[in-house]
Every structure is written in structure tokens, then in C-alpha cells.
Ligand binder design. Sequence first.
Ligand SMILES: C[S@@+](CC[C@H](N)C(=O)[O-])C[C@H]1O[C@@H](n2cnc3c(N)ncnc32)[C@H](O)[C@@H]1O
Length: 223
Amino acid sequence: MSHPDHALWQAGWRANRIDFHQHEVNPSLLRFWPELALAANDRVFVPLCGKSLDLLWLYRQGHPVTGVELSPVAVRAFFRESRLPPKRASRGALVHWAHERMEVFCGDFFQLGASDLVGVKAVYDRASLTALPEELRASYVAHLSAILPADCVILLLTVEDLDDEESESAALEPSEEIQLLYADGFQIELRYAECFPAVIPTGDIVAEPRSVHKVYLIRRGQP
Ligand SMILES: C[S@@+](CC[C@H](N)C(=O)[O-])C[C@H]1O[C@@H](n2cnc3c(N)ncnc32)[C@H](O)[C@@H]1O
């Protein structure tokens, strides 16, 4: 079912309003990926992937990579800018774009099924939860849990705004929202948390409010 936010994302990509897009590989991916101890040929899933350079980095490590992204503008740009000529085919409600080990399903994440993620050993998730409206976040985690193979590990990168009254030390703890979202059937380990001055869309840095960058390793199993 289409959500009103879909039109906003689609329009944003058409107008090139993509402040979230990073022009280099995410440093936390480079730093924490080795901790997953994957084999080079282990398959990786990247939900809500945009045209992230992280996809290409994972592909260059040897991983088969599967992304899902709503906007065809983003998917086309990813394959063009990565110089990976894609083949396209309809797969139910989704369009499957692929070049050798690199594939992106274009369409709504909630249309993906377990058969699309067979053999996935790890998830690399940057900013998916922030991209979704609050009322969809629990459904996102439930759907992710339903379609992922059981032995899968998740590297989750989040950026949280720090409330004025919140102390820096409290902000460096695992977020309540993440703990609640992944309470059922997952073990959460906060691997990194650091406060940064917030960068406003003009590119200026302001001292307040601060944002907190966090990296979680999430595995199946009860705490
Ligand atoms: C905040 S951006 C993050 C993109 C990417 N993870 C990155 O690091 O650059 C969120 C992306 O999710 C896509 N998106 C939003 N809702 C989606 C949905 N329901 N299914 C698939 N993609 C979605 C948007 O088009 C956007 O490209």
C-alpha cells in the first residue's frame, strides 16, 4: 500500500533534494564492517539504499549486494554513476535492476519477500528508520525480521538529535526507541556513540542542537 511519504521521496529525488546523500563511503561502515567477520562472498542487504556509495564499497569487497529503494531516479543514478550497466526486469510490484553481484529492487520495502533475501548474511542499515515516519518504524522492523534469514547480523547506523534538556552522557546510551523496536527476538550492542554539532542544510555548523551518531550491532536471539 502506498504511503503519502512515497510521493515526497519521489519528488525529492526528482528535484535532487538529497541532503542525506554522502559523497564518500561512510566512515563507520569502514570502521565497523570487519567486526561482522563475513566471508567476502556473503550476501548483504541494504534497505532504503538511495544511491549510496556504501553499496559500491560493499560490492567491491566481493559481497553480492541487494538493495531496495523507492525512487527509480536514485536507482538509475546509482548504476550510471557506478558504471555498472544494469539489466531490468519486473518482479511483482518491484522492478529488479541488476549487474552481476549487484542488485537493487526498485519499489516499496514492504513489498519485498523472504524469497528476495535468501542467503543474506548481513544487513547494512544507514538512516532507514529516520527516513520512515514514526508510525511505520515498528512495522519496518517486524517486516525486516520476517523476511531476513535467521542467522543474519545487522549493522545499524543512526543519527539522533539531542534534546536540550538531555545530558551528553545519557545521549551516549542505546536509544530507548531502538531498544523498543528491536526488543523482540534481537540482541542489541551499542558499539559507538559520539556527539557532533548539528550541520544545518546550508552547510553551516551550529553549536546547538547537537546530534549523536551511533553504531549498533544487532543479532537474532534473546538478551
Ligand atoms: C535517508 S535516505 C538514506 C539513503 C541511504 N541509506 C544513504 O545512506 O544514502 C532514505 C531513502 O529511502 C528511500 N525510501 C523511503 N521510503 C522507502 C520505502 N518505503 N521503500 C524503499 N525505499 C524507501 C528514499 O527514497 C531515500 O532514498
